[in-house]
Design a protein around this ligand. Sequence first.
Ligand code: GRF
Length: 188
Amino acid sequence: MTKGKIGITVLISGGGTNLQAIIDAIESGSLKTVKIDHVISSNENAYGNSRAIKHNIPLSIIKNPDEILSELRKTKSELLVLAGYLKVLPPLFIEEYEGKIINIHPSLIPKHCGKGFYGMKVHESVIESGDKITGATVHFVDKGVDTGEIILQREVFVLENDTAEILAKRVLKIEHEILIEAIERVAI
Ligand code: GRF
């Protein structure tokens, strides 16, 4: 029964574990307020594509972000979730969806973020910095890179023998948790 649920479009570029966390939360009944209308992937080889297909969620492969707007106008989603999406969205897109686009970033913004800080590079930066605390952040997307209003953050300890890969796995679990909580907060 999807009547009255807020429709979301999830944008991905890679493994899609954040997408999977949303799918699992909806299917388990713990995330009751939204349904996934559409998944838009920037990468035809992204493993996340198979997650959408397996759960019968409409999937579009759109490599050029400039082509996303026309696709979105068809679906009329009320919330866009960037979940491991690596392309820069055009300003016109941000204007049209201001306040309706959220992104998950694997650090405690404003640390270890901005242009060039994505995926493993973020955790490498944390390890190199000697920080003992990192975490994940969900924020609204504005025209900057990782500069929009913060919705939710959660801390993760950096342990003595952490490599970037080990730290990434620990942070990813927290990303999945706060992404669901952030969607519940904004999808009202
Ligand atoms: C995650 O660390 C996410 O924060 C970043 O991309 C990585 C992969 O995310 N944006 P996913 O598994 O594709 O959701």
